[in-house]
Design a protein around this ligand. Structure first.
Ligand code: NAD
Length: 305
């Protein structure tokens, strides 16, 4: 049991909810908050946490405050103002931003909170909802060594791989670049299935071949049969969030004057899919956009066979 360290958690969505459950299972005393009041009450009751009324309220009982929010803009908003988390945190507290954020905004925020003697690290995650549930997330950690040391036991309750990426903001850059690679692998794989199907190959058989060949990637292994060929499109990671992450990755490319034409096309494809399909889609629904472009639909029954 971790009797002494008190943790506050803001953002109880697809990822936050299972992450909070891991922290509760590790014995941490928890206060939780989400803008959705009913969600806050439900998650608090499920894990035995205190349901807080505002970000300030959750922060007022937190030695470590974790944020798992859609964007850096929302993290900023949650920290600011009379009811904001910064108004509730005591000197010496630590903010662990596990959202996928914008490196420059994170750096600026860390500077701002440091004026109040509050430390901050960025600790975004990879692995999705399934690995959040099992506590096997891959966690990237950016910040000074002492702050990451302090957060590490808490991070270990949620993840099995914790990699220190460098100074504050570096983990957010790394996370966006990871998703760039993931997004590219998804799109090229779907295009290959569409080409192959028109040629006469069976898409499910193609996935099997890719998975024992050099074309294998996370999408061929864990997404194509499960969420695309099955037509379920419910992996749990939003298309809007992926487009945000690709924007961050391209922002890092611009800031470092790195020409990235392939990445730029990849971002444009995902952003076009968001425009055509509308917001609120699962990211795997991007395959429907590729299908529209190709003028054909990938076959498959409910089991992706
Ligand atoms: P989500 O949309 O499911 O959940 C976000 C939660 O934040 C919601 O419950 C929402 O009510 C809450 N929220 C929004 N504005 C708020 C505010 N002002 N105050 C308090 N709560 C607020 O998102 P998610 O999928 O859980 O993703 C969270 C973060 O993790 C994002 O940055 C995302 O890019 C990243 N991420 C997601 C996945 C995934 O598979 N879903 C994987 C890795 C990283």
């Amino acid at each position: 049991m971790q009797e002494t360290l008190r943790i506050g958690f803001i953002g109880l969505g697809a990822m936050g909810e299972p992450m909070v459950a891991r922290l509760a299972a590790a014995g941490y005393g928890l206060a939780v908050y989400d803008a959705d009041v009913a969600r806050t009450a439900r998650v608090a009751a499920a894990v035995g946490a205190r349901a807080a009324a505002t970000p300030k309220d959750v922060a007022s009982t937190s030695d470590i405050l974790v944020t798992m929010l859609p964007s850096s803009a929302i993290v900023e908003k949650v920290l600011d103002g009379d009811d904001g988390a910064l108004a509730g945190l005591a000197e010496g507290a630590l903010i662990v931003d596990m959202s996928s954020g914008v490196p420059d905004v994170t750096r600026a925020l860390a500077g701002k909170v440091a004026e109040r003697r509050i430390a901050m690290i960025d600790a975004p995650v990879s692995g999705g909802v399934s690995r959040a549930r099992t506590g096997e997330l891959a966690i990237m950690a950016g910040g000074d060594a002492a702050s990451v040391d302090r957060a590490e036991p808490v991070l270990k309750a949620m993840g099995t791989s914790i990699v220190r990426t460098g100074p504050i903001g570096s983990a957010h850059a790394m996370k966006a670049l990871n998703n760039l690679v993931s997004a590219g692998g998804f799109l090229i794989g779907i295009e290959a299935l569409l080409i192959g199907q028109k040629f006469g190959l069976d898409p499910a058989l193609m996935v099997d071949v890719l998975n024992v060949s050099t074309g294998m990637n996370n999408s061929t292994q864990k997404k194509f049969k499960q969420f695309v060929l099955s037509r379920k499109f419910d992996a749990g990671f939003g298309l809007d969030l992926m487009v945000k992450d690709l924007g961050i990755a391209l922002g890092v490319a611009n800031a470092t004057s790195t020409p990235a034409p392939f990445s730029s096309l990849c971002r444009d494809m995902w952003a076009s899919a968001q425009k055509v399909l509308g917001s609120g889609q699962d990211h795997t629904a991007v395959a429907k956009f590729s299908e529209l472009v190709a003028g054909s639909t990938l076959g498959g029954d409910e089991n992706g066979k």
